[in-house]
Design a protein around this ligand. Structure first.
Ligand code: ATP
Ligand code: MG
Length: 455
């Protein structure tokens, strides 16, 4: 982290310092932050957060035992450690992260969207790492806690930062954008994700668009023409770059010469800097869209076409996102169990459609869809039918609608029953490709793990 003193922390968090007389708050340096009392690094500040089911004020003694040099708390705690008392530690954590970001000279890009945020983040980081030291969101730490934790890892050496921002209710992106202050911002796409929290598809567009509203007057907005909302507005001095999978006049970034292979994709990328041939070691047209977004983000902060070509060639599939698991040379599972909404489910079905042999979709329920649940599951089933899949096996409750509308489906209430159908299919078919996918709450990795154990 970019270090600060206890005194600066008190100013940033509007807090009150409580410490022994022999401690000088103006020189006590803080170089790391932790919210987990079990993981305390050198010169570490421990922030005591409060959640619905926990209160980290109960763990301040443990944090001090593990070496915390200061505490950020909401009430004075009786431990022998300097503390700053503030009214809300979560908000103070955000303010501290915003301060760290302001101290950094890194060029910061921020991205949100319904699907593919982590994928685009990894691609953008891979490209920018060709140019300089790049910080990027670890895993999926993309919420009001994860974004500050990411920014705390910024050092003065970083040239770039790529920050993923997620949301399941309004104002969340506005909050994190205000902390990140990205100079370039992207909404990757809009799908029916977290509709229960956003109310409607328009609500999703509005909430994701908060990232554009938080853009500085001279910032760059990267806009997906294929997932566009006319609710979004931009300032005259902002640069707006559009991209599309289709070569339309308005698109600054688009692909041509697309060659979709089973687990990779080749195409020519068109950008305002010119064209470059891309070999992408990831399957699916949706990943071309992700490349358009990542290239636009990277070029906006100085990347070249060569950085893009080399950076993308090194991109790897992220576990749980269409991650190929080979059961035997001709039997592959696409492990896409990390999460699902209707858009990502249909994108994955289109990848499966292009795979060899007998093609099976194994789908669990997609959660958080509120009133749109039935419609979204049906849409996925129709996509499976249109793609000509050989078999659809579903498990759970809502996913029965996928089975029914696919017209080649069978529904189960329990995974163990589904496996009694799936395992013989793997045994009987010489060549088989299986896509396994569902919402996080469906834990469809159970099916992948069972297959790995069997074969
Ligand atoms: P989360 O909201 O959970 O953080 P995310 O937006 O970071 O998700 P990824 O983790 O990159 O998204 O991918 C999640 C799922 O969406 C995967 O199944 C992936 O294959 C699929 N996906 C990735 N990019 C796209 C895209 N552009 N369009 C549709 N689906 C996509
Ligand atoms: Mg993510």
């Amino acid at each position: 982290m970019i270090p600060l003193t206890l005194k600066e922390l008190a100013e940033i968090s509007n807090g009150r310092i409580v410490c022994a007389d022999n401690i000088d708050a103006a020189t006590l340096a803080l170089e790391q932050v932790s919210i987990d009392s079990r993981h305390i690094d050198d010169r570490c500040l421990f922030i005591a957060l409060k959640g619905e089911r926990f209160d980290a004020h109960d763990f301040v003694s443990a944090a001090v035992e593990h070496g915390a040099v200061a505490l950020l708390v909401e009430r004075e705690v009786s431990v022998d450690c300097p503390q700053v008392i503030t009214s809300d530690t979560r908000l103070a954590m955000g303010k501290l992260a915003a301060w760290v970001r302001q101290q950094s000279r890194a060029k910061v890009v921020g991205l949100t969207g319904s699907s593919g945020k982590t994928s685009v983040k990894e691609m953008t980081a891979s490209i920018l790492s060709k140019r300089g030291k790049t910080l990027y969101t670890a895993g999926n730490l993309n919420n009001d806690i994860g974004v500050p934790l990411t920014l705390f890892r910024l050092t003065r050496e970083h040239d770039y930062a790529v920050i993923e921002m997620g949301a399941n209710h309004p104002n969340e992106i506005a909050y994190t954008t205000d902390i990140v202050k990205p100079q370039t911002a992207l909404v990757n796409n809009l799908f029916a994700a977290h509709l229960a929290g956003f109310g409607s598809p328009d609500g999703v567009a509005r909430a994701k668009g908060e990232i554009y509203q938080g853009l500085s007057e001279e910032g760059t907005a990267i806009v997906n023409l294929d997932s566009y909302s006319d609710q979004w507005q931009f300032e005259p001095r902002q640069t707006v770059w559009y991209y599309s999978l289709l070569p339309q006049e308005k698109a600054d970034f688009y692909p041509s010469n697309i060659e979709v292979k089973q687990l990779s994709t080749n195409f020519t990328l068109h950008t305002p800097l010119g064209c470059v041939d891309i070999i992408l070691p990831l399957p699916g047209i949706h990943n071309i869209a992700n490349v358009l977004a990542a290239s636009a983000l990277a070029i906006s902060v100085g990347a070249t076409l060569e950085d893009i070509r080399h950076g993308l060639a090194e991109t790897k599939a992220v576990p749980g996102r269409l991650f190929p698991v080979q059961l035997s040379p001709n039997k592959v599972v696409l492990d896409d169990t990390y999460n699902a909404n209707d858009g990502s489910m249909i994108a994955a079905i289109n990848v499966l459609a292009n795979m060899p042999g007998y093609r099976v979709l194994v789908a669990g329920d997609m959660g958080e869809l509120g009133d749109y649940a039935q419609e979204c599951h049906q849409r996925v089933g129709l996509a499976a039918k249109k793609a000509g899949l050989d078999k659809v096996l579903t498990v759970g409750v809502l996913s029965e609608a996928i089975s029914l509308s696919s017209e080649c489906g069978e529904h189960f209430s329990f995974k163990k029953d589904l496996l009694t159908q799936l395992i013989p299919l793997v045994q009987q078919n010489e060549v088989i490709s299986i896509l396994v996918k569902g919402s996080r709450s469906s834990a469809m990795e159970d099916v992948v793990n069972a297959l790995k154990e069997c074969f």
